[in-house]
Design a protein around this ligand. Structure first.
Ligand code: NDP
Ligand code: HSE
Length: 455
């Protein structure tokens, strides 16, 4: 049944393609999985409120899936099953607004380009696509004069795209530090609070539906790297693609690392970091020690948080649910209402801003601190030898802690644990320092090397 027009808010019927109901905007939903099913339900269940807020009814005209015959419990009883279709192209062609929540590169990319070429505004949650092909999509949307919105692509429900792009448009963002992957935060949190090893914690995350059956994108940092690329592009008005993000996941983090972090007043977090320096901008993802007193240290379970440092505003923290159907659908629907308003007013939301076009720096140009744990022979001069290597590389030591192990059974020189925290230095110098220390004769083992952030 066609949706009723909203009195007084009916858009210009002459602007609507033939066959469309005045006062109604036709919404095509691409994908009906974790996120799409919740978007569909909300569009039907909250149709009246959404119409009042958008200025027109948002009529769900179809839901594209791979297999339309599969039963869909996520849709509940309110969404008519006959909205499901396997013909995504036809659906896109009939829409004023397209919501892309199918994920992946193709056919999502082709469908978004088709939608904007046909004059539809698009809302997407697809960070992988934006981080790889964003510029092409933004240019196409600009050329067509339509919106391409993506609040849900970074940190799920948390409003972070709009604040960085719009609220901070008059400020200068220097740094963005985020926990932007719920799965890995849950895993690291379980390791810290229950002493689980990585594999056990990942299994638990899968059982709770946080991690995919194949958790590679999360644990290897690809998901966070895509979000880091998007955040860096927004914050620094410069195109940064996922290929330019230095990435290290959490698979090298051991239960021992997490326990040792607690002993030095830190927690281990997978961080996405985007920074601007005098030389350019950088984006990286890696596990890091965060001081227990830093606001990001308090982000537990599958929650996300993004910490923004801006010249005028100072530090800002955005916190909330970074994944899950309903939280992510909340961000999608916010974008959808905005896109509908823009369409009705004849306006357009902000375009991509890449005017600064700053150099994107290589991974080894980043400036960070290291905490290195190593096992050395416990005899005179060893500490001085290790310290000498750091000095030779221009790396300054902040703190050193030494703990003697049990004496050797044969009465000879035993071993000692050294924990060295450096001052900030270039990643390249720090990495070279660790390599040189590893080669020293008295060094028995480098137990772990973790960066320290948020100091
Ligand atoms: P799901 O895998 O749960 O759902 C994907 C949906 O897209 C399915 O309904 C699937 O159809 C459909 N689909 C996939 N490929 C095609 C295709 N080629 N043609 C037609 N339909 C297709 O994904 P999610 O809902 O979890 O994620 C969707 C997007 O949202 C992704 O880009 C993801 O990165 C992003 N996102 C997800 C979050 C989350 O918490 N899940 C959080 C933030 C963003 P079928 O059901 O028939 O297989
Ligand atoms: N897999 C992602 C996470 C989903 O765990 O945060 C949200 O992007």
């Amino acid at each position: 049944m066609p949706a009723a027009p909203v009195p007084g808010l009916t858009p210009d019927p002459s602007a609507a393609p033939t066959g469309r109901t005045p006062g109604t905007l036709r919404v095509a939903l691409l994908g009906c999985g974790v996120v799409g099913s919740q978007v569909a339900r909300a569009l039907v269940e909250h149709a009246d409120d959404l119409a009042a807020r958008a200025g027109a009814r948002l009529e769900l005209v179809g839901i594209a899936v791979r297999d339309a015959s599969r039963p869909r419990e996520g849709l509940g009883t309110v969404v008519p099953a006959d909205l499901l279709t396997e013909d995504a192209e036809r659906l896109v062609d009939a829409a004023d607004l397209v919501v892309e929540v199918m994920g992946g590169i193709e056919p999502a990319r082709g469908l978004i380009l088709r939608a904007v070429a046909g004059g539809a505004s698009v809302v997407t949650a697809n960070k992988a696509l934006l981080a790889a092909q964003g510029p092409e999509l933004f240019e196409a949307a600009d050329a067509a004069g339509v919106d391409l919105s993506f609040e849900a692509a970074v940190a799920g429900a948390i409003p972070i795209v709009r604040p960085v792009r719009e609220s901070l448009a008059g400020d200068h963002v220097r740094r963005v530090l985020g926990i932007v992957n719920g799965t890995t935060n849950y895993v690291l949190d379980q390791m810290a609070t229950h002493g689980l090893d990585l594999e056990e914690a990942v299994k638990e995350a899968q059982g709770l539906g946080y991690a995919e059956a194949d958790p590679t994108a999360d644990v290897e940092g690809f998901d966070a790297a895509a979000k880091a690329a998007i955040l860096a592009s927004l914050a620094f008005h410069t195109r940064v693609s996922i290929d330019q993000v230095a990435r290290e996941g959490i698979t090298g983090v051991t239960a021992d690392d997490v326990a040792a972090a607690a002993q030095t007043g830190h927690v281990v977090k997978l961080l996405a970091i985007a920074e601007q320096t005098a030389e350019g901008v950088s984006a990286r993802v890696h596990p890091a020690l965060v001081p227990a007193a830093h606001p990001l240290a308090a982000v537990r379970g599958a929650f996300n948080a993004v910490f923004v440092e801006a010249d005028g505003a100072g530090p800002l923290m955005f916190y909330g649910q970074g994944a899950g159907g309903r939280p992510t659908a909340s961000a999608v629907l916010g974008d959808l209402v905005s896109a509908a308003r823009d369409r009705l007013s004849g306006g357009k939301g902000p375009s991509e801003s890449a005017y600064a076009s700053l150099p994107v720096l290589p991974a080894d140009a980043a400036v960070t601190r290291y905490q290195v744990r190593l096992v050395v022979a416990d005899r005179p001069g060893v500490l001085a030898q290790v310290a000498g290597v750091l000095a030779d590389h221009g790396v300054s030591i902040d703190t050193v802690r030494q703990t003697a192990d049990e004496p050797a059974a044969d009465g000879g020189a035993g071993t000692a644990q050294l924990l060295i925290t450096t001052h900030a230095a270039r990643e390249a110098s720090l990495a070279a320092t660790v390599a040189a220390v590893r080669d020293l004769e008295p060094v028995r083992q480098i137990t772990s090397v973790l960066r320290v952030e948020g100091v």
